[in-house]
Ligand binder design. Structure first.
Ligand code: DPM
Length: 348
């Protein structure tokens, strides 16, 4: 590597406004910390950006928002990529690692109402009102509680969606991630934040992640300071839960988590698409105590996360929390719901 290459770091990003805001958050911290390095943002389109006429769950690929960026990483066209963690599959492609997970924003989902309904809420919208979301996770959880409402796919980036809401007469409200709205500077559009007992959030929601080449010690060292330990351990547990259930963005698997006084609590659920069945459970595990013999941790054991900011014991315990909860739900019948959903998505 010549000197120039050492000084100039290329950062991959999707092109949407939200993706660029997120990438700039990371690049600004890197610039502040490494004043003698130069950073260049390289933008790419992904399948998820290009195919806008289908629900996410029907495109049928797992790495919708990440694949093209990972190819650029593998081919050394970029040195690191900034993603929303929730868009990253729980098994990364060969040779890729999550080098850092940043401090999480509010991971909740939020309701954004059409201006003409701004004094209402989900429970007081007129009968038959249409909620725009293409998340099966959101639909499956909300359908049961709000049987008077209809759900319809809405795709496109956040700007497009808000325009479809405000300028049209079709959608009464959108359900969006609080974190994405906040990063766009649109927190004042949030009419209602959905608590856990109404809507559990997606795995990794609200957290940004940096993907790097596994063997790239130099970049690993560069991004290590960005890690936020609490977020990281919670997200490892959430991702382990998802992976054990083999859920992707096409399956209604949802979570919430907390880490307090070394106790990690993970709540998770699997929901049938029509909202008629849900299997929910909770596990609390001490992250600092040894719980029997564990296999050696590897990159895969942490769902692609490699870091110095938490010990192997802590990472193992977090991972184990997710696996234990997934096993609880499988015993309670989550398997039937999951295989039914896979069958349904094959048929559409
Ligand atoms: C994934 C889902 C959605 C995104 C599915 C889900 C929402 C799709 C939709 C996996 N990725 O949440 O159940 O609403 O039609 C996405 C958003 C963010 C990252 C936007 C959002 C911003 C928040 C964050 C899309 N990915 O969910 O409103 O960084 O966590």
């Amino acid at each position: 590597m010549d000197n120039n290459e050492l000084k100039r770091i290329r950062v991959g990003s999707r092109k949407s406004q939200l993706a660029l805001i997120q990438t700039n958050i990371v690049v600004d911290s890197l610039k502040k910390r490494f004043k003698d390095l130069e950073f260049e943002i390289v933008t790419l389109d992904t399948v998820g950006d290009n195919v806008l006429d289908k629900a996410l769950s029907k495109i049928g690929e797992k790495s919708l928002f990440t694949k093209e960026l990972e190819v650029a990483l593998a081919e050394r066209e970029v040195d690191l990529v900034v993603h929303s963690l929730k868009d990253m599959p729980t098994t990364l492609p060969e040779g890729m690692t999550i080098g850092a997970i940043l401090e999480r924003e509010d991971p909740s989902d939020a309701v954004v109402l059409h201006p003409k309904f701004s004094s209402r809420s989900l429970s007081t919208l007129p009968e038959g009102s249409v909620l725009g979301t293409s998340s099966l996770r959101r639909i499956a959880q909300l359908r049961k509680r709000y049987p008077r409402l209809e759900f319809e796919n809405v795709r496109g980036n956040l700007n497009t969606r808000l325009r479809k809401l405000d300028e049209g007469d079709h959608y009464a409200a959108l359900i969006l991630a609080t974190a994405g709205l906040a990063r766009m500077g649109w927190s004042d559009r949030i009419n209602q934040k959905l608590p856990d007992d109404i809507c559990l959030h997606a795995v990794g929601q609200g957290a940004l992640a940096i993907e790097i080449r596994s063997q790239d010690a130099k970049i690993q060292k560069l991004v290590d300071f960005l890690n936020h330990k609490e977020t990281l351990l919670r997200c490892v547990a959430e991702r382990a839960f998802m992976r054990k259930l083999e859920g992707g963005c096409s399956v209604p698997v949802a979570v919430s988590s907390s880490l307090q006084n070394e106790m990690l609590t993970l709540k998770g659920g699997v929901f049938s698409l029509d909202g008629s069945r849900n299997i929910v459970g909770t596990r609390t595990v001490s992250i600092s105590e040894k719980h029997g013999e564990k296999p050696n941790n590897s990159v895969n054991e942490s769902c692609g996360v490699e870091t110095n900011c938490a010990s192997l014991l802590e990472l193992n315990n977090s991972y184990e929390t997710g696996v234990l909860l997934a096993d609880d739900l499988l015993v309670k019948g989550a398997k039937d719901i999951l295989s039914e959903i896979r069958q349904q998505s094959l048929n559409v």
